[in-house]
Design a protein around this ligand. Structure first.
Ligand SMILES: NC(=O)c1ccc[n+]([C@@H]2O[C@H](COP(=O)([O-])OP(=O)(O)OC[C@H]3O[C@@H](n4cnc5c(N)ncnc54)[C@H](OP(=O)(O)O)[C@@H]3O)[C@@H](O)[C@H]2O)c1
Length: 340
């Protein structure tokens, strides 16, 4: 039996869901793959840092964070110090995204790789701002950098292309990649005002206190840039994507489309043009003949068009922290089984 020590960066919605899933699935993972996954460290920004080589249970982790303890089982002052001393095999990162430069997550992932640890990240910032350098560093150190959850939560996107679609060229894709806007548009269509719909999205935990990153299309643009960078192998920044959010749409425009059998969606599109790409994120009124029409609420969808496989569509219904946690666990299991 091979044992892998995991260190978690971030213990918010996703970090907690990850530890819950790890706890629930431990026996099955042991039985199916003959591996033991042990969480031995957690680092947060303001809720403390803990390292315990004997393993940290869900209840210990909960009490450590709920008590807002600064001490934990080993006191450290910085995440950098944590990464230098946690002695994990795999660092699992779920800290907030920084759309502008991917930091500090990017530097943390780099440090983890330099310290000989594989990295699994749910964060799209480092993918967009550091994919080539992180991949190169991982290769040099004979380690893995995986980020299945960064774009579509638990739905298999990157592993699908890496493992099940060899030698396929991605020519274009279209989809709905932002839950908040899709949910807000649905609620307005059903009669709520813009403000009420945003409040509903905040209430169910999908929209942040400042939801402008979602409403102005930045989140969708970063996800589109991540897909172009990794799957088309063309470096792309969110600023290079033509971007229009949903805030200029009026409530009556949104409801009028529904009266005509259409639905407004914030649609991401990208296509390969020679060695470059063209991409946009903008609202479109789609009719019932489009797959996008069917995908409402917090669900997301992507259709890939490739040279040899035609259209391939993946729909993820009602994703959330627990499905994101699954994407991260799938990365961890894949790294552990490949290394065993
Ligand atoms: N929520 C989802 O369903 C979902 C889906 C896909 C991808 N993601 C990605 O997953 C990541 C985490 O999302 P979340 O919803 O779990 O966020 P969250 O609830 O805000 O939790 C963030 C965690 O990161 C910690 N943190 C913040 N800055 C840090 C730093 N500099 N160093 C170490 N720890 C730090 C926070 O600690 P303190 O509490 O002490 O500040 C907190 O524990 C984001 O990148 C997000 O885009 C989330």
């Amino acid at each position: 039996m091979n044992e892998y020590k995991l260190a978690l960066l971030g213990f918010g919605n996703v970090g907690r869901a990850f530890l819950e899933l790890l706890t629930t699935k431990a026996t099955e993972i042991k039985k199916r793959y003959d591996i033991l996954l042990d969480l031995t460290g957690i680092a947060t920004r303001s809720h403390g840092i803990v390292i315990d080589p004997g393993g940290i249970s869900l209840s210990t982790a909960q009490s450590f964070v709920d008590l807002k303890s600064k001490t934990g089982l080993a006191h450290m002052d910085s995440v950098e110090e944590f990464l230098d001393h946690c002695s994990a095999d795999i660092v699992v990162e779920a800290i907030p995204v920084n759309y502008l430069d991917g930091e500090p997550a990017l530097a943390y992932l780099r440090r983890a790789l330099q310290n000989g640890m594989h990295v699994v990240s749910a964060n799209k910032g480092p993918v967009v701002h550091g994919y080539p350098s992180l991949t190169e560093l991982a290769k040099k150190e004979k380690l893995k950098y995986r980020f299945e959850s960064a774009v579509m939560d638990g739905a298999p996107i990157f592993s699908l292309w890496r493992e099940a679609l060899p030698a396929l060229q991605l020519d274009s894709f279209e989809g709905i990649l932002n839950s908040t806007t899709n949910y807000v548009l649905m609620r307005i269509e059903a009669g709520e005002s813009f403000q009420e719909a945003i409040a509903s999205a905040q209430q169910i935990g999908i929209a942040e206190t400042d939801p402008s990153g979602d409403l102005e299309g930045w989140d969708a643009a970063v996800k589109a840039a991540a897909l172009i960078t990794v799957l088309m192998e063309i470096p792309a920044l969110p600023q290079q994507i033509e971007r229009v959010g949903i805030t200029h749409l009026t409530e009556s425009e949104i409801r009028a489309a529904a009266d005509q059998g259409k639905r407004w969606k914030l649609v991401c599109r990208a296509k390969r043009v020679g060695n470059n790409f063209q991409a946009s994120v903008q609202p479109e009124a789609v009719d019932s003949s489009s797959i996008l029409f069917q995908v409402s609420g917090t669900s997301s969808v992507i259709t890939f068009k490739s040279d040899a496989l035609g259209d391939l569509t993946i729909i993820e219904k009602n994703p959330g922290p627990s499905t994101t946690a699954y994407g991260m666990l799938s990365d961890v299991i894949s790294i552990a089984t490949e290394s065993s």
